[in-house]
Design a protein around this ligand. Structure first.
Ligand code: ADP
Length: 614
């Protein structure tokens, strides 16, 4: 007996030893990833890299993955002693936590991870993100290392500067001393090599007072290219997007930037790195490895995370025309800016009779529209009371007001704006025409909402036709863009490649999407940055389509995940608690399902599943 056991043990041992080493490691690979970030993840750029990574991990449904994160903070801390102590710290902290794959963010983190690997994670492949081609070539990582290589060159910043400044003669590079720079360090050599047709001035590694004094007095036909400042030279450190704000206030020339997170503090734009895409790409590689692919089969390649994006506010400031931007450019923060532009003239020259009468005519029109909506709304109220008595649709009674609020609110804003334009000596009638057509559109929307709600309440069959869910999502997201940008929320939409035909009522489904997205914005209102909404559509098997809307907000307390759909459940001071209950009513009427979850990395995600049309 004892012999038999020993013999079978021996056979298993032999079989294990005979398996190729790579296969053994893969089979044993724990579903966990350690993210080593070379920076301090609280800065907006690195935070967005992390958000992209986290979302990609949560979207990867079939195997839960544990994500650990460590910020090395190498901008502020360095030296052998620090690195050794960090290594010991990782050794102790992760003693009982096996790591399946190590994800490093930045070349400096890659360098350390390569050095630490033999002691800390001898079997774990390494996936890198945010590593430039030159660093990649210098480090020449072995086969167990893969990742996305950044391809953003100094000459790209110069060509963006050419689009922004006609007859560009000088490019002024502003940034921390090259050795301290983490992403754009290699631009030093590229700048030294020169770019035909432009002079290059470097304001690099200077104290902040010096920088702001110099950028205030730059010559004509010049543009600033900002690569990031991390400290004021006196021991105060800040995220480079905060430092940019100091430069923006003083600069007398536009500032071309190479990162998405530099747009909002006042960069005019350029070819920018989109950090969430960088994080998502790294996560996808890491997940494929955890799912069993060998890193050798996923060779490093250039990651498509650079996009031409420009800041409309700064384009206005520097009189940059949209036509001069590179093809395919995206413009952010577009807003109706005429309010600011015309205010003083409006005050000074509000006497023109023509303007006055136009104004009055316009107000009457607006009043008429409002009346009409009010009358219809009150008709609805009485109908509703009737249905209430039948105790079936009590929860819907407040919804009309809720859904009407948005169009009526924008009618009011538009009317006020037009009022101000018309008060100017040379009112831009084209703009007024556009506003009136917006008002008409909003009014139609309001009536449409009422019509739909009425049909629902009457329990008449609502309009059900074959529609494309991707199209519905795109329209709803287009509609949300403006509100999102005014609330500092980045919204992204990923639609499935195939068309998703379902039978349904387009207006009602869009209401549901809008309700969910607005809830997400509300939930993130208190976050200082990193507000993100991601919408997705996908096919689920053969029979259904799934829409999901996720955010980077605080999420929903676990014990309330079902309660939130109850009528009148709200945690908001001004909330009515009916948005989600209406959403559920609509989705159930479409024979679908709606449910909410919290994402492993934080934030809530709402899913809608709808049957595909046969
Ligand atoms: P209201 O918006 O008027 O409060 P809703 O039915 O739309 O009513 O939402 C009910 C509650 O659900 C909200 O008050 C909030 O507590 C919670 N909720 C909804 N969406 C989210 C989200 N994306 N993140 C966190 N909490 C949410």
């Amino acid at each position: 007996m004892g012999k038999a056991i020993r013999l079978s043990g021996l056979i298993i041992l032999l079989a294990t030893l005979l398996l190729p080493a790579g296969l053994r490691a893969q089979q044993m690979r724990p579903h966990s990833m350690l993210v080593l970030d070379q920076s301090d993840r609280r800065g907006p750029f690195y935070y967005q890299v992390f958000v992209g990574l986290r979302d990609a991990v949560s979207a990867h449904g079939h195997a839960p993955t544990t994500v650990y994160t460590e910020s090395l903070d190498l901008n502020r801390f360095g030296g052998e002693a620090y690195q050794d102590s960090f290594q010991r710290f990782l050794e102790v902290k992760y003693r009982d936590r096996p790591i399946g794959v190590v994800v490093v963010v930045g070349a400096a983190a890659l360098e350390l991870a390569l050095r630490w690997r033999p002691q800390l994670w001898p079997d774990a492949p390494i996936v890198f993100a945010l590593v430039e081609e030159a660093d990649f070539k210098r480090l020449r990582p072995p086969g167990y290392v893969t990742g996305g290589i950044l391809d953003l060159k100094f000459k790209d910043a110069v060509s963006a500067a050419r689009a922004v400044v006609p007859n560009l003669k000088t490019v002024v590079l502003v940034g921390a001393e090259w050795e301290r720079q983490v992403i754009f360090r290699n631009w030093k050599d590229q700048a030294a090599a020169g770019i035909p047709g432009v002079d290059i001035i470097e304001i690099v590694g200077r104290p902040m007072p010096d920088i702001v004094a110099r950028v205030a007095a730059l010559p004509d036909h010049s543009a600033i290219v900002y690569t990031g400042l991390y400290s004021d030279g006196k021991g105060n450190y800040y995220p480079p997007s905060d430092a940019l704000a100091f430069v923006v206030v003083k600069a007398n020339r536009p500032i071309v930037v190479p990162a998405e997170t530099f747009l909002e503090p006042g960069g005019v734009g350029g070819y920018v790195l989109v950090p969430s895409l960088i994080g998502a790409e790294a996560a996808q590689r890491a997940l494929r490895i955890l799912d069993g692919e060998a890193p050798e089969n996923l060779p490093p390649s250039v990651v498509g995370a650079v996009k031409p994006i420009f800041n409309w506010r700064q384009m206005e400031r520097w009189e940059v025309s949209e036509a001069s931007l590179p093809q395919g450019s995206e413009i952010r923060f577009r807003e109706p800016g005429f309010l600011e532009r015309y205010r003083w003239r409006a005050v000074a020259l509000a006497t023109a009779v023509l303007v006055q009468s136009l104004l009055i005519a316009f107000l009457l029109h607006e009043r008429h529209m409002r009346r009409k909506a009010e009358v219809e709304a009150s008709n609805q109220q009485s109908q509703l009371a009737h249905i209430n008595r039948q105790a079936t649709a009590g929860e819907l009674s407040s919804s009309i007001a809720h859904e009407l609020n948005q169009p009526l609110g924008s009618i009011l804003t538009n009317a006020e704006t037009a009022e101000l334009i018309l008060a100017s000596p040379t009112p831009d009638l084209q703009e007024v025409r556009e506003i009136i057509s917006d008002i008409k559109r909003d009014d139609l929307r309001a009536s449409e909402v009422i019509r739909r709600m009425r049909s629902l309440l009457k329990r008449a069959p609502f309009e059900k036709k074959e529609i494309d869910l991707n199209q519905i999502m795109r329209e709803a997201f287009d509609f949300l863009k403006l509100q999102a940008s005014s609330r500092n929320v980045a919204i992204y939409l990923q639609t499935s490649p195939q068309t998703l035909r379902v039978k349904g009522d387009p207006v009602q489904l869009q209401q549901v999407i809008l309700n969910l997205a607005v809830n997400s914005m509300d939930a993130m209102a208190k976050m200082p940055y990193g507000r993100t909404i991601i919408g997705r559509t996908e096919v689920n098997g053969e029979a259904s389509a799934v829409i999901s809307i996720s955010d980077s907000g605080p999420g929903i307390p676990q014990d309330r995940l079902n309660e939130i759909f109850d009528p009148f459940f709200t945690t908001k001071e001004q909330g009515m608690g009916i948005g989600l209950s209406i959403a559920r009513t609509i989705i159930l009427a479409h024979s679908g399902q709606i449910w909410a979850e919290n994402q492993s990395g934080g934030g809530a995600v709402f899913h809608l599943s709808l049957p595909l049309a046969a």
